[in-house]
Design a binder for this molecule. Structure first.
Ligand code: SAM
Length: 227
């Protein structure tokens, strides 16, 4: 079963949106599990301090290596084979193929940063793989972790119904998805493309492929150059 263990300073943010809709139903059905662990439980002193000023000066605070390591060591068994991820704008951008890989594995251990991030030494010492969800900066890793978990959970067998299968979605075969239409057949003078109501499945498949290629060329030509 896919198990997500989240290390965070905001455990109350979970399950949040992951507890609703597709992922929430799957959680309730026991198709995956979620555990949010509070890094602050391993904070120092009376105030359970988790952060300190950056070495070398500069603004903000940094999560201490000793505190985060203590949280990880207490919460993850030494023989746990799940990948250890750190949500980070410096990380490798998350892709659908990485999501597929993660979804087919035993789950993930996910660290959510806050403030200016975490002390570099704990990233190295605990082998954390930095993962970014895009070229922008969030105030914390929790929303990024939810994005990653949501993307994985919907691919777990049994989570999506047959009708929602992900095989023709954006980023499969490095293409964006073709345009979708539904009833009514005509709306505000705009008709559904004739081919889609022709009943000719080969023609429909060809049209969809061509549209997917056209949209990808126009919007994301970089995808066409990906392996
Ligand atoms: N000082 C950091 C930098 O410039 O790279 C940004 C820290 S950010 C304010 C706080 C935390 O939010 C990060 O440690 C990370 O966990 C999370 N975060 C922010 N943007 C993210 C992104 N694009 N992808 C993944 N996590 C992100």
């Amino acid at each position: 079963m896919f198990r997500a263990t989240i290390f965070t300073l905001m455990p109350d943010m979970f399950p949040g949106p992951l507890g609703a809709s597709l992922s929430g139903d799957a959680l309730a059905r026991g198709l995956w599990s979620l555990e949010a662990r509070n890094i602050r439980d391993h904070g120092l002193g009376r105030h359970r301090a988790v952060d300190d000023t950056p070495a070398g000066g500069g603004p903000g605070m940094v999560i201490r290596a000793d505190v985060l390591a203590a949280a990880l060591d207490a919460g993850v068994a030494t023989d746990d084979s799940r990948p250890r991820l750190l949500m980070s704008p410096r990380g490798r951008p998350l892709t659908q193929s990485r999501v597929r890989e993660l979804a087919s594995g035993p789950g993930a251990i996910i660290v959510c940063g806050r403030f200016e991030g975490v002390d570099e030494r704990v990233i190295e010492a605990r082998g954390l793989e930095e993962v970014s969800i895009g070229d922008y900066v969030l105030s914390g890793g929790e929303l990024a972790a939810m994005v990653l978990v949501d993307a994985c959970v919907r691919l777990i067998p049994g989570v999506m119904g047959k009708t929602e299968s992900g095989s023709e979605e954006s980023f499969e075969a490095n293409l964006l998805e073709y345009p979708q239409f539904t009833r009514p057949r005509e709306w505000e003078g705009r008709a559904i493309p004739e081919v889609l109501v022709s009943g000719d499945h080969a023609k429909i498949a060809r049209w969809r492929r061509e549209e997917a290629e056209r949209i990808t060329r126009e919007r994301r030509p970089d995808l066409l150059r990906r392996d």
